[in-house]
Ligand binder design. Structure first.
Ligand SMILES: Cc1cc2nc3c(=O)[nH]c(=O)nc-3n(C[C@H](O)[C@H](O)[C@H](O)COP(=O)(O)OP(=O)(O)OC[C@H]3O[C@@H](n4cnc5c(N)ncnc54)[C@H](O)[C@@H]3O)c2cc1C
Length: 380
């Protein structure tokens, strides 16, 4: 069997190269399929049927057997021990070379037609025509619906693409003066919706980033697009408390720290620059001692600590990883084989299908699993 790859650009595996900040976050250290499925805002039911065929341990083994060892970081992300995505690229290209895969560069497929015998005619932008008995479409995510036309002409439908994994812009808010400050445990809600995520939050010079925000952007990809990325977010800087319990806690605390200035005595272990900022926002003067803290300001502080409102206007791409939510409808693909249910001999793999995960190696695991299944079943 002869295998050909058509790559529209002049670079192979360009996303792998830049992935994970140039280190390639290959997969996630997770041996439980049910735990893994929780990381996919779209496509978890589909992956439930696909993962048993090729899962994280298979990915680790596959690379290991080909000389690429992976290591795990404290948050579960897995990278090549070289900390260099080139190791992954070299490995994939060595493997393609071993099987004499014919790679055509600058070959942008613009049309796919079916012959009567269920084989395909492929036309590239420069007018070249190729035939294929089986075809796997693994063209990545497309940001615009119009880019799906050459696939919809085969009879497939798709969910409209919207970006996922982005950070929040909070223009004109003085919180951005605290850029670089990280709070390890926060809980962030989108006002007027059910969207809520927790985790570390990083204040940036344009707004907010970090795992809590990126997870919100993924789970809320469609809802936030509908709001045109203009919404209110509510940050709880001390998620073990809600407004009342934070107020009650401070009511007790003010006796034990009575003689100390509020600004100097932070009972919530928040970064000191953030604490000073929150105190100023609550209208508390830097000279006020805990004993003299007026009830109104204490109430303000309890509210700001547990439900700090920010007006988000726009988004910024997270440079380490981003994906497209949307793609080929999953009920049109068999998750056990990745074969189209509509077109015989047509397979799909990777981000082009309506599957996407949060950041952490989950998007590549989708690509490895579905790529493996498509390859094995197309070869049958
Ligand atoms: C900056 C960045 C960093 C990332 N880092 C990580 C990470 O560390 N871990 C992780 O899990 N995920 C990461 N991701 C997501 C991950 O890279 C993608 O989910 C994954 O690459 C999808 O693989 P794919 O093969 O489906 O598509 P792609 O990797 O996008 O490959 C598709 C290829 O098809 C080509 N193509 C498209 N249309 C045509 C056509 N008509 N004809 C011919 N060729 C065509 C494209 O040029 C491209 O080379 C990152 C994404 C980005 C943008």
């Amino acid at each position: 069997m002869k295998v050909m790859i058509f790559e529209k650009s002049s670079k192979l595996l360009a996303k792998v190269r830049i992935s994970g900040g140039g280190r390639c976050n290959v997969t996630h250290d997770c041996e439980s399929i049910s735990e893994m499925l929780k990381k996919y805002p779209r496509g978890s039911r589909f992956l439930k049927k696909a993962f048993p065929h090729f899962f994280t341990l298979d990915t680790i083994k596959w690379f290991d057997e080909r000389g690429v060892k992976l290591k795990t970081e404290s948050d579960g992300r897995m990278f090549p021990v070289s900390d260099n995505s080139q190791s992954i690229i070299d490995c994939l290209l060595r493997e393609a070379g071993k099987y004499k895969v014919d790679i055509k560069m600058n070959a942008d497929i613009i049309e796919i037609r079916r012959y009567e015998d269920d084989s395909f005619k492929l036309t590239t932008r420069d007018g070249a025509v190729h035939s294929a008995g089986k075809l796997c479409v693994a063209c990545g995510g497309f940001p615009k619906a119009s880019q799906f036309e050459w696939l919809s002409s085969l009879g497939h439908s798709f969910e409209t693409p919207v970006p996922s994994l982005f950070t929040f812009n909070i223009p004109g808010n003085s919180i951005t003066n605290l850029m670089g400050v990280t709070v390890e445990n926060t809980s962030v809600k989108i006002a007027g919706s059910k969207l809520q995520q927790s985790g570390p939050l990083l204040i940036t010079h344009w707004g907010m980033s970090g795992p809590a925000i990126l997870k919100l952007s993924a789970w809320g990809a469609r809802e936030l697009a509908e709001k045109n990325y203009h919404f209110k977010s509510l940050v709880n800087w001390v998620p073990i408390y809600h407004e009342n319990s934070a107020r009650e806690f401070m009511q007790q605390f003010r006796f034990s720290a009575a003689s100390q200035k509020v600004v100097n005595r932070n009972p919530f272990a928040l970064p000191s620059r953030l604490w000073e900022h929150l105190i100023a926002e609550a209208g508390i003067s830097p000279d006020v001692r805990w004993a003299d803290l007026p009830a109104k300001e204490q109430n303000n502080l309890a509210r700001i600590l547990t439900s700090h409102e920010f007006e988000v206007k726009g988004k910024t791409t997270f440079k380490e990883e981003f994906v497209t939510a949307g793609g080929i409808n999953l009920d049109e693909i068999d998750p056990q084989t990745m074969q189209s249910r509509k077109v015989k001999n047509l397979f799909f793999a990777g981000e082009i299908i309506n599957v996407d995960g949060v950041t952490g190696g989950f998007n590549f695991q989708n690509a490895w699993t579905t790529g493996y299944l498509a390859a094995v079943n197309a070869a049958k």
